[in-house]
Ligand binder design. Structure first.
Ligand code: PMP
Length: 467
């Protein structure tokens, strides 16, 4: 009793510096070792507590919980929205054109046309994806819209004509690494695409599982990927994983499409954040560029509701998609594209802008992590990730408790992402994953929410043990 057990059983991914605290007894992060004041010294693993000790903890936790209930909290750490100070970093977009609406090639951005986007916008955002301007299309404000358009096009009309439409087969399946992004799953569900899950590792999707699946099941047509600072675990796919994904068509056949959603490609929190290998380089060497669509947007760079989205793929794919989109639109909002090019300018300026974002949200991430480490490290009541970028921290409760923790928190005014949201069909088979999104709330609100969260985790865990 009362003995803090030092870090003996931890796993650290060199690829993404992502710490996963296991539920095994006595785990503490390396950072706590470096800073002895950091962690509570009385952490005892829940499985080591006697019934009497559990009862004592239950009474104390219930009292804490009731007190929190009396505070009338109204906190929300559900969605990955940038906070007001973050969007304000791009306020200079307003008025930046100063009446000069002409693009470099003389195009009047105010007028119709230019389905693929302004040339300078294609060059700038292509460079973000590691593609040439000719391999990049710049659209409206939402990359999610572009993902939907690509999937629906491939499903209903076919990237290479009617014969190639996925919908010609009775069953169409996508591989979904889990935990993952709920809106990807929603697209599949809405379009009647079946989802097959594979575990997300520190190095990205479990590629042994992915390769085994595509070899044995020829109804698999796609795979969702958030390769850098994945939503929600924050991992960065290792170079080996990126290479294996680029090679998937060799195993799966030419019909397979990788949806490479690089929503957080430049969203680092720390200078040492791991880089992402270029999938297009691997694709070029393997001849699989046709099988990958990359996506990105400035939603979390400039204005989440009024940014610029872009996609990249082979020239053939862009031409096919362009022909399809021409039925939906005469062209995107080029005025906004021009504003973005004048504001973001180049890679160096973009990186400086992202550093200002990081300065605003890093403290919020650290509040979450410090609170988890101080209150839960070594207790066996949960495990979590320590991303070096992105928008989320992924927390796993003890098996079976995510719904209960979310309910307990909701009842005292702390809104969490619904349990199950990070899994297809909303079903987390172990009912343990909770996505924490600390960017939007104020620091004080994040601290209050986390203080309440750890009480809910402890209360649910102790109650479970006593059952
Ligand atoms: N992809 C991922 C992985 C995301 O987390 C989000 C936002 N939460 C989006 C896409 C949405 O992007 P956009 O605003 O460009 O539609």
């Amino acid at each position: 009793m009362g003995v803090f057990q030092a870090s003996a059983d931890r796993s650290r991914s060199p690829a993404c510096d992502l710490w996963l605290y296991s539920l095994a007894p006595g785990i503490a992060p390396g950072s706590q070792r470096d800073n002895p004041d950091y962690a509570r010294t009385d952490a005892v693993h829940i499985d080591q507590l006697t019934d009497a000790e559990l009862q004592a903890q239950l009474a104390a936790l219930q009292a804490q919980y009731d007190k929190l209930k009396g505070l009338g909290l109204a906190l929300d750490i559900t969605r990955g929205k940038p906070c007001t100070e973050q969007v304000a970093l791009a306020d200079a977009l307003d008025g930046i054109l100063q009446g000069n609406f002409l693009a470099q090639d003389g195009t009047d951005s105010r007028n119709y046309g230019g389905l693929e986007g302004l040339p300078e916008a294609r060059a700038l955002f292509g460079s973000v994806l590691g593609l040439s301007a000719g391999e990049t299309m710049v659209g409206g404000s939402s990359s999610l819209t572009m993902m939907y358009q690509v999937v629906e096009f491939a499903l209903t009309e076919g990237l290479r004509g009617a014969e190639s439409a996925w919908g010609n087969s009775d069953t169409v399946k996508f591989i979904c690494p889990v935990p993952g992004y709920d809106r990807h799953f929603a697209i599949c569900e809405h379009l009647g695409i079946e989802m097959v899950t594979v575990p997300m590792l520190d190095s990205g999707p479990d590629m042994d599982a992915v390769e085994a699946l595509v070899k044995q099941d020829d109804s698999i047509r796609g795979m969702w990927c958030v390769p850098r600072f994945s939503n929600p675990t924050g991992c960065v796919y290792s170079a080996a994983t990126v290479e294996r994904i680029a090679a998937l068509p060799k195993l799966a056949g030419e019909h397979i499409l990788v949806l490479w959603d690089n929503a957080y490609v430049v969203h680092t929190l720390y200078d040492d954040a791991p880089a992402l290998a270029s999938i297009s380089e691997y694709c070029r060497s393997k001849g699989t560029l046709d099988n990958v669509f990359q996506f990105g947007s400035t939603s979390k760079i400039t204005f989440a509701g009024a940014g610029v989205a872009f996609l990249g793929s082979s020239k053939e794919n862009l031409a096919a998609l362009g022909r399809h989109l021409a039925y939906q639109t005469i062209g995107p909002d080029k005025v906004n594209q021009l504003r973005h090019v004048r504001f973001l300018r180049d890679g160096d300026n973009l990186a400086a802008h992202m550093a200002r974002h990081a300065d605003l949200i890093r403290p919020r991430f650290e509040i979450v992590l410090d609170t988890l480490e101080r209150e839960l490290a070594g207790t066996g009541m949960g495990s979590w990730t320590r991303p070096r970028g992105g928008y989320f921290i992924s927390f796993d409760t003890r098996d079976g408790l995510a719904t209960e923790v979310v309910r307990l928190a909701g009842d005292i005014g702390v809104k969490l992402t619904p349990a199950g949201a990070t899994f297809p069909y909303g079903k987390d088979p172990r009912n343990r994953n909770i996505r924490l999104a600390p960017t939007f709330a104020t620091r004080q609100a994040v601290q209050q929410a986390m203080d309440a969260f750890v009480v809910c985790v402890r209360l649910a865990s102790v109650r479970q043990r006593l059952q």
